[in-house]
Design a protein around this ligand. Structure first.
Ligand SMILES: NC(=O)c1ccc[n+]([C@@H]2O[C@H](COP(=O)([O-])OP(=O)(O)OC[C@H]3O[C@@H](n4cnc5c(N)ncnc54)[C@H](OP(=O)(O)O)[C@@H]3O)[C@@H](O)[C@H]2O)c1
Length: 262
């Protein structure tokens, strides 16, 4: 059995596996021989992915159609995984709103908060306890380059990603004594449906493969990972510059994307 599977197997649970970064996590973790629980709302896509991965690797794949913004998703996931050892949790599902907060509906902004922050916390709380008891495991949270700055027109999204980064880093320290690794993955723009929706500049974007492989390499070695040299420099300058300047710069970058809500 390979080292990764020994530490983080036998099952990985991945939220937002129906597209983009989550789908790539499923592919790369399947290659490492872990069984998968794939979670998202679009079950048809999960089914197709599950068939592909079962065909390519000798693994089991379960799919769960669940809306992570709702109140009822945790009992559904607990029931479906009650006899499985989840050794790796990928808190990946996420979305953004764009435009000024007060012009968006409160419902949309709360929906974002529930999917990007509340659901990762609830899942880490549930599966983290099991990992602590087993004395091994890992969790990856999706932060962003925007975790490091306030961003007008994406204000709630950037705030939610700061939460994900801070929660992951705090948990990493708390879980160390239980042999559970926690990592915040903080990508810049990545070519996914998210980036298409947000009309992000494709030239600045990375492909999903190196973003995900960096996260899987860094788990257990760092508390945060930023893919790409330009993104690393960007994060460094964001930390050194005054916050108002970051806000101004990021606001100019994302301003053209406003009024594009799902
Ligand atoms: N792409 C980027 O440039 C970028 C950069 C930094 C960070 N990120 C982060 O990376 C993560 C993945 O994003 P992506 O780029 O791969 O976007 P994506 O292609 O749009 O995928 C988002 C995933 O989240 C799931 N999701 C959204 N709302 C959900 C809900 N209410 N319940 C359950 N699942 C839900 C979607 O599944 P269903 O629609 O099927 O439910 C989908 O699988 C997000 O947390 C995002 O913030 C992305």
């Amino acid at each position: 059995m390979n080292e990764f599977k020994q530490k983080y197997g036998p099952w990985a649970l991945i939220t937002g596996a129906s597209s983009g970064i989550g789908m790539e996590f499923a592919r790369q973790i399947a290659e490492k021989g872990l069984n998968l629980v794939l979670v998202a709302r679009r079950e048809d896509r999960l089914k197709t992915l599950a068939e592909e991965l079962r065909g390519k690797h000798s693994i089991d794949v379960k799919i769960i159609g669940a809306d992570l913004s709702g109140d009822d998703f945790l009992p559904i996931l607990k029931k479906a995984t009650s006899n499985l050892e989840i050794g790796l949790l990928i808190n990946n599902a996420g979305l953004t709103t764009t435009g000024t907060v007060i012009d968006n509906t409160l419902e949309d902004e709360l929906n974002l908060l529930h999917v990007n922050c509340r659901a990762p916390l609830m899942l880490a709380h549930e599966f983290g306890k099991q990992m602590r008891d087993r004395k091994r495991g890992g969790m990856i949270f999706l932060g962003s380059l925007l975790s490091f700055a306030s961003v007008p027109y994406w204000a709630n999204y950037a705030a939610s990603k700061s939460y994900d980064l801070m929660l992951a880093e705090g948990l990493a320290a708390e879980m160390k004594e239980h042999n559970v690794d926690v990592l915040a993955l903080c990508p810049g723009f990545v070519r996914t449906e998210f980036a298409e929706f947000a009309k992000l500049n494709d030239l600045m974007a990375m492909n999903v493969q190196p973003v995900v492989s960096l996260a899987l390499r860094k788990l257990g070695k760092s508390r945060a990972a930023i893919p790409g040299i330009m993104n690393k420099l960007n994060a460094l300058s964001t930390r050194l510059q005054p916050r108002f300047l970051n806000s101004l710069i990021f606001g100019l970058v994302v301003r053209p994307t406003q009024k594009l809500n799902h």
